[in-house]
Design a protein around this ligand. Structure first.
Ligand code: URA
Length: 234
């Protein structure tokens, strides 16, 4: 996937008149791809991880992505294809990623729990904890600027006290990264209001990315408070 993405990027940039020198990050790109592959292999071999009756859905996308989308856990289609967000919710997510001018393979997409819970039940706290060290390392390797937390489980993973209806669309500084909680695409598909807010927040993500970090207000408690506690950033 990573090599394929890199080749695609090279072709795209060349067709836009880019020079070879633009690809000086090749080594870093390959290092990250290989580190992610090693991490995936380690997870496959970890017999202590729960939900081992399902396939591992590690995540996919650009290993150097500035933006990482993180959902809850794979569902039926994701388990079958071993790819995150490929069902109806994933199609919505991908459509909106395209609508804001990005491509799915430019960002990185994964989940907090990387195997499907039976009957798509909510992930248990101990399952989330068991997968935590791996997600932590995955994020460290990619080193994104922005984490988009899809749904309350992903949101509470980073912001334990946040409430999805109150806090979706706000921007939080969590240990130096920007975390933007959003409704889960499945919730957006269930309700008009959630869909409207999901779409609205999504459309504003490119602005978050462009915000110069040094002009951002610093929050007292980096892990708990939104950068703009009183108002939505967008
Ligand atoms: N829901 C999620 O949270 N993640 C997926 O990958 C698919 C559905």
């Amino acid at each position: 996937m990573a090599r394929q993405f890199y080749r695609h990027e090279i072709r795209r940039r060349k067709s836009e008149g880019g020079q070879k020198s633009e690809f000086k990050n090749f080594n870093q790109f390959m290092e990250k791809s290989e580190s992610l592959k090693l991490l995936e292999d380690e997870m496959i071999g970890d017999k202590l991880l729960p939900l081992r009756e399902s396939n591992l859905v590690f995540g996919e996308g650009n290993p150097e992505a500035k933006v990482v989308f993180i959902g809850e856990a794979p569902g039926f289609h994701e388990d079958r294809l071993k790819r995150p967000f490929v069902g109806r919710g994933g199609q919505l997510l991908e459509r909106l990623i395209n609508e804001i001018g990005w491509r799915r393979d430019q960002v990185y997409i994964t989940n907090i729990v990387k195997r499907r819970p039976p009957e798509n039940r909510d992930p248990l706290p101990e399952e989330i904890e068991a997968y935590r060290p791996y997600l932590t390392r995955q994020i460290e390797i990619i080193d994104p600027k922005i984490i988009v937390a899809l749904g309350r489980f992903a949101m509470n993973y980073f912001l334990p006290e946040a409430k999805i209806t109150r806090d979706q669309g706000k921007v939080f500084d969590v240990d130096g990264r920007l975390v933007v909680p959003m409704f889960h695409p499945a919730a957006a598909l269930r309700g008009n209001n959630a869909m409207a807010q999901f779409t609205e927040t999504m459309k504003k993500l490119p602005d978050v990315e462009a915000m110069p970090r040094e002009t951002m207000p610093r929050s007292e408690s980096a892990t708990k408070k939104p950068l703009h506690p009183q108002s939505r950033l967008f």
